[in-house]
Design a protein around this ligand. Sequence first.
Ligand SMILES: [Fe+2]
Length: 161
Amino acid sequence: MCGIISEKLSNYLIEQFKLDINGIHGVTHWRRVRRNAHWIAEELRESPDLEVCDLFAYIHDSCRQTEVADAGHGDRAANLAFDLHGSYFDIGQDRLALLTEAITIHHEQIQHPDLTIKVCLDADRLDLGRIGVTPDRRFLNTTAARALIWKCVPKLMYKRA
Ligand SMILES: [Fe+2]
């Protein structure tokens, strides 16, 4: 693995995942969200905290109990991040607070003032193409993410708004 996502952390998240690990909220989604965050970051003038974005990508959907509406999955994943901090990764309390906020709100909040959380939310939404949905530009926080819709969604699905 690379960077903050150690093999130990990745294996743990995969092993505890209750749904199909190859399904729409499984590890390929986690990897694409991470990739999307890095693509967004390349287009920004300021740097988001990419270690927080990487951890968000791998943890945010890791506690889903269903592939459809699952209102508690953000809170469960944020609690898991707290539990794993210190043994599977260590980013300090301030950055952990940022990570857990992004995870907690990711399924209900559209906009956020913090750059790192903006990138986390946008990176997740840019992967809507996997379920046949083209991300709505109005629901993306950054112009960088809006410019990446074409890159993240299969070409045949993409329609200019
Ligand atoms: Fe997600």
